[in-house]
Design a binder for this molecule. Structure first.
Ligand code: GUN
Ligand code: ZN
Length: 438
């Protein structure tokens, strides 16, 4: 029977979610139920509360999946990832511009073949779900068919994904180039076909300033103006050589941010990957535009790009919104747990700290807010879509051994981000249905 026609189902476990930002509200932002129940109907959360209160009110025979003693948290959200780079990850010895040329652009050309794209999309979404990631903002390749393949596979699984074909009309091999005109036309057609179809959302995706001519960025600005509820995703200020090259390519602009501003690409739905070397003036303009800085810790260290200065980005005098992401294949792990473990180290190297609550909030509700999806995903409040991940804090001998000393929920969360990965994910739910089980 299709899920829509069934009565309620329920998920029982140690439920943990956030209703506010622990950065400002502290631990009061966290909700934790030692024996909690999520009641799900038609994929949406109908009720959440102590199992002892809710179980008696359920109709007789309601199926209850009991995951105790595991934790159940909202599905993880990855704010920046490249699905054509699953065979680029772990490419040796290059920084951004060489890495793009030597490895990435070579691999992305294979996605001209629809069969390769379809197989790549299947592998990619399997891997996300194995890692507990139920929503991601995804870069496809320049080929419209690559976005088509990703959306079709996501629709089949009913996952909420944000994706777009990249637009790039220069600075790459001919097989990876569109034109200002064709990039505009293909994007427009993909938006018409996929944006808000079921759970799918479109992100207008100029790759970055070095692979787009002014004419293409101008066309991108028109797309953004014509589709204000689509996201825009791109890269900015990741690598020092990249920044020099952008200054040479756009000599009339005062800095990197100005290139995107000139074409109307900096706004509240702009997901700006990396933001490692922005000047104070650029940060002020990010704040004024309400744009989102996307922190990709494993990518930034792997490609030797730099350290994301969370404290400076979040400066209360002009705080900038932050999202967190894996950035596969510059990044080295599909796991948002591992990603937050590395985020902790990146901050620690700069004398800052990332609390376990801040880390868990960032990859659930925090990213939902940053992506404009608060109220839809990222938390366990009634009415939201029921995407969830079941976490086993004792999944490996080392984690189980360490957990013998854990006394508080904060300690357990920190063990999960420091020692956890895909092995910690016992199950993943999409719209209340099991989408992965170990
Ligand atoms: N800048 C432009 N393209 C890319 C990419 O694919 N990965 C990363 N990390 N940075 C980029
Ligand atoms: Zn990227």
């Amino acid at each position: 029977m299709p899920a829509g026609e069934r009565g309620p189902t329920a998920i029982r476990g140690r439920l943990l979610w956030y209703v506010a930002d622990p950065d400002t509200e502290g631990p009061a932002a966290r909700r934790y139920l030692e024996d909690g129940l999520l009641v799900v109907e038609r994929g949406l959360i109908r009720a959440v509360g102590p199992a002892g209160d809710l179980l008696p009110a359920l109709p007789d025979g309601t199926p209850v999946s009991d995951h105790r003693p595991h934790l159940v948290v909202p599905g993880f959200i990855d704010a920046h990832i490249h699905y054509p780079q699953t065979q680029v990850v772990a490419s040796y010895g290059a920084m951004l511009l060489d890495w793009l040329e030597r490895y990435t652009f070579v691999e992305e050309q294979r996605f001209a073949d629809p069969g390769h794209a379809a197989a790549g999309a299947r592998f990619f979404l399997d891997e996300l779900l194995r890692n507990g990631t139920t929503t991601a903002s995804i870069y496809c390749t320049v080929h419209a068919g690559s976005a088509e393949a990703l959306f079709a596979e996501s629709e089949r699984r009913d996952t909420r994904m944000i994706a777009g074909k990249v637009m790039m009309d220069r600075g790459a091999p001919p097989g990876l180039l569109d034109t200002a005109e064709s990039g505009y036309r293909d994007t427009k057609a993909l938006i018409a076909r996929w944006h808000r179809r079921g759970r799918q959302l479109y992100a207008i995706s100029p790759r970055f300033a070095l692979t787009s001519s002014p004419a293409q960025l101008d066309a991108t600005g028109r797309l953004v103006a014509e589709h204000p509820d689509c996201h825009l995703q791109t890269h900015i200020s990741e690598n020092l050589r990249e920044i020099e090259a952008v200054a040479a390519a756009y000599p009339e602009e005062r800095d990197y941010t100005a290139v995107y501003e000139r074409f109307g690409l900096l706004g509240p739905r702009s997901l700006m990957g990396h933001c490692l070397h922005l000047s104070e003036d650029e940060l002020r303009r990010f704040h004024a535009a309400d744009a989102v800085a996307v922190f990709c810790p494993t990518s930034n260290t792997f490609l030797g790009s730099g350290l994301f200065d969370w404290g400076r980005i979040r400066d209360p005098r002009r705080p900038i919104r932050v999202a967190v992401a894996t950035d596969i294949g510059g990044g080295t792990s599909y796991s948002m747990l591992r990603t937050m473990g590395e985020a902790y180290k990146v901050l620690h190297l700069q004398g800052q700290s990332l609390t376990p609550d801040a880390a868990f909030h960032a990859m659930t509700r925090g990213n939902a807010v940053a992506l404009g999806l608060d109220g839809v995903i990222g938390s366990f409040e009634p009415g939201r879509e029921c995407d969830a991940v079941v976490l086993d804090s004792r999944a490996t001998p080392a984690a189980a051994h360490r957990m013998e000393r854990a006394r508080t929920i904060e300690e357990e969360l920190f063990v999960l981000t420091t020692l956890g990965d895909d092995r910690s994910v016992a199950a993943t739910y999409v719209m209340g249905e099991v989408a992965h089980r170990q």
